[in-house]
Design a protein around this ligand. Structure first.
Ligand code: SF4
Length: 291
């Protein structure tokens, strides 16, 4: 019989929960508006989870296709990753209301970046240059900012100035440390700000541990969710690892071939998705336990 060990902390992180709740409250308040309800728009996908965004769309959340489309009386929801000051200014200049649901941890990161920028530091952000959180952080860093994706890119960092090094909140401590160690070895004046998210770290540590104990891993979460993809790559380093974005993608027979399976989920995976996967596995005879 297959034993499925489930990460008891799997599922929505505090930032995602807060963003979904805030958007639902806004949508519900709008439904009370009498004759001409305002548009409620999200700039970019609110969370990296298709089921959640489909549900919010059914409640009336629309996508802001470009910043220029924001109009007077629209309500624009800012997602957990935040946006750059320039983008925020553009939305305000269109007369729209901003409902800022940026994760407080990301807000803190942006404040720290601005502080260091204003005191003359070059800002180094370690992460994926295409990720919305990193693009927003770069906007807060202004001309002083640059992104370093990996240790191989450290040579692009100018040597003649003091630097402040930040991490995208969802990268692994290993990849951050690799870049930091190389920068330190150059003897340049530098400050390192540990901006890694503890919610994400906890799950990374869990999957590192249990992927070694289990025969296979199941990772649930959106395909475009950076923290889910990292969980999957950590698990895959120790054996077979399956990344599912919905419960429908689960191949029960395949999973039941393994005696012990470890299951966790990215920060934007709903309890509903986790429960749907567990229900199917349990119905097929798997034993579920939480750790
Ligand atoms: S993963 Fe961390 S930083 Fe990102 S939204 Fe969740 S709590 Fe905030």
């Amino acid at each position: 019989m297959t034993r499925v060990i489930v990460d008891r902390n799997a599922g929505f992180c505090g930032g995602v929960r807060r963003a979904i709740r805030g958007t639902e409250e806004l949508l519900s308040a709008r439904s009370q508006e009498a004759d001409r309800p305002r548009r409620i728009l999200s700039y970019g996908q609110l969370v990296h989870n298709r089921e959640v965004t489909d549900d919010l769309a059914a409640q009336g959340l629309e996508k802001l296709k470009s910043l220029e489309d924001a109009a007077r009386e629209d309500a624009v929801v800012l997602r957990t990753h935040g946006i750059s000051p320039q983008e925020e200014q553009l939305i305000r200049s269109r007369g729209a209301d901003i409902h800022d649901l940026t994760c407080p941890r990301v807000k803190k990161l942006h404040r720290q970046i601005q502080e260091k920028r204003d005191t003359g530091y070059r800002i180094i952000i370690v992460g994926d240059a295409e990720h919305p959180e990193v693009r927003a952080s770069l906007g807060h860093a202004g001309e002083k900012g640059m992104v370093v994706t990996s240790a191989a890119e450290v040579r692009r960092v100018p040597t003649g100035e003091k630097i402040a090094v930040f991490a995208q909140t969802t990268i692994t401590p290993q990849s951050f440390q690799e870049v930091v160690a190389l920068l330190e070895s150059r003897g340049q004046e530098m400050i390192v700000v540990d901006s890694l998210c503890p919610f994400v770290l906890k799950r990374q540590r869990w999957i590192e541990k249990y992927s070694k104990l289990a025969d296979a891993c199941l990772i649930l979460g959106g395909r475009n969710s950076s923290n889910t993809r990292k969980l999957h790559s950590l698990a895959a380093a120790n054996g077979p690892a399956f990344h599912l974005s919905t419960a429908q993608e689960l191949d029960v027979r395949e999973i039941l071939r393994y005696p012990v399976v470890a299951l966790t989920a990215g920060a934007s995976t709903s309890d509903h998705t986790i429960e749907a996967v567990l229900t199917r596995l349990q119905a097929a005879g798997a034993l579920i336990e939480q750790r």
